[in-house]
Design a protein around this ligand. Structure first.
Ligand code: NAP
Ligand code: 3JM
Length: 339
């Protein structure tokens, strides 16, 4: 690798982009120059990086000249337009949106699961970062799949509002304050009040009755695990939590695994931390996962309704492992091996 990379963060002022800049600094990523890109709305603002205030610049076709690496989270429509333009100029893009994830020429990567797929970045100059709920499930499923072959997964999610972005974080806070002060609630981001409520609706509804978020979990998991035979069904729910997504995951395997075997496998798995001691009320919590890098897993128990089944409770910080951290981990491998 050269002395340091010229890096651009597209969508730098967003919930994911801000975390991206933080993670680059925390992990001492080899940055020579950092360019922060966003919309016209953010021109005139600055963001801190390594003790300096960097200006926000406009995301345009010309922004990527001389840039080696682009970390993108400006939304799927903007990524669809600008990621190929950046790639054409030699900027390798790690894209956090759903724009390219299911494109067969674009690798979809969770480093703990399929780091080898990064090599295919040369096809389009783009690597896709999976959906946040998918990432945290995949890091746990993979070692179980390797040990006993996963046949079927039934997952229900409890996703925090930060997954929607900065406006949704503000909306949950404002609605909570309004309700506690007996004032009327206003809603803009979600179709219903999110404070003190659960919405079984993330992203748009599709013709099959599922939401797009649910089908992302189904299709992306098969692609990352490189096994289209795994049967998966998902229900994704937005809950009034600020940070971290939680998931109840039921797994049916081909070969029987005992609870002790699962605990042993997961305690040795990269990126996973077992948090599981019912006798002391110890299990993964959204507020404990927030700000952490590891995916927490607990409530490990036998599914007594079938012969080879396990139930898990999986929690991770959706802005870190679910987005920025996973993207920077991919970038670290790119920087070390390929750029
Ligand atoms: P957010 O807080 O609403 O931030 C959106 C960011 O995109 C802001 O920086 C915004 O700039 C920028 N942006 C919007 N339209 C733009 C345009 N036309 N040109 C340039 N920049 C533009 O949203 P977020 O939570 O950061 O999420 C952003 C996207 O990341 C999501 O839409 C999703 O696709 C993806 N995401 C991925 C994951 C994952 O990989 N697991 C998780 C969460 C989100 P301004 O501040 O100037 O408006
Ligand atoms: C658009 O929690 C969430 O809502 C998921 C994050 C998200 C995504 C995504 O990463 O799939 C929010 C908004 C997208 C998208 O489609 O890129």
């Amino acid at each position: 690798m050269r002395k340091g990379l010229h890096v651009a963060v597209a969508g730098a002022t967003g919930a994911v982009g801000k975390e991206m800049v933080k993670v680059l600094e925390e992990r001492n990523f080899p940055v020579n120059e950092l360019k922060l890109l966003a919309s016209q709305r953010s021109i005139g603002l600055t963001m801190p990086f390594r003790g300096e205030e960097l200006p926000i610049e406009l995301l345009t076709e010309k922004a990527f000249s001389g840039i080696d690496l682009g970390l993108f989270s400006p939304g799927a429509a903007v990524s669809k337009e600008f990621a190929p333009i950046a790639a054409q100029q030699g900027c390798v893009v790690v894209d956090n949106t759903s724009a390219f994830r299911m494109n067969p020429d674009v690798p979809l990567v969770v480093p703990e699961v399929n780091a080898h797929a990064i090599a295919h970045y040369t096809n389009k100059g783009i690597i896709a970062n999976p959906n946040c709920s998918t990432i945290q499930m995949a890091v746990v499923l993979k070692p179980i799949h390797d040990a006993a072959r996963v046949l079927r997964v039934v997952v229900s999610t409890y996703q925090s509002v930060s997954g929607t972005g900065k406006e949704a974080i503000d909306e949950l806070e404002a609605q909570t304050i309004s309700i506690m002060n007996c004032r009327p609630v206003t809603k803009k981001v979600y179709p219903h009040q999110i404070a003190f409520n659960c919405l079984p609706h993330i992203d748009v509804f599709l013709d099959n009755g599922y939401t797009k978020e649910e089908m992302k979990m189904v299709n992306e998991t098969k692609k990352i695990m490189e096994d289209p035979s795994i049967r998966i069904t998902a229900t994704t729910v937005r809950v009034p939590v600020f940070y971290s997504h939680s998931e109840s995951v039921n797994i049916e395997t081909e070969r029987k695994l005992t609870v002790d075997q699962v605990r042993d496998i997961l305690s040795k798995s990269p990126g996973v931390r077992v948090v599981d001691d019912p006798s002391t009320n110890t299990y993964p919590l959204a507020i404990d996962a927030a700000g952490q890098d590891e995916t927490l897993v607990g409530r490990i128990r036998d599914d007594e309704s079938i012969t080879c089944g396990i139930n898990l409770w999986i929690v991770a910080d959706n802005l870190r492992k679910g987005a920025a951290l996973n993207a920077v981990q991919i970038a670290e491998i790119l920087a070390e091996k390929y750029l």
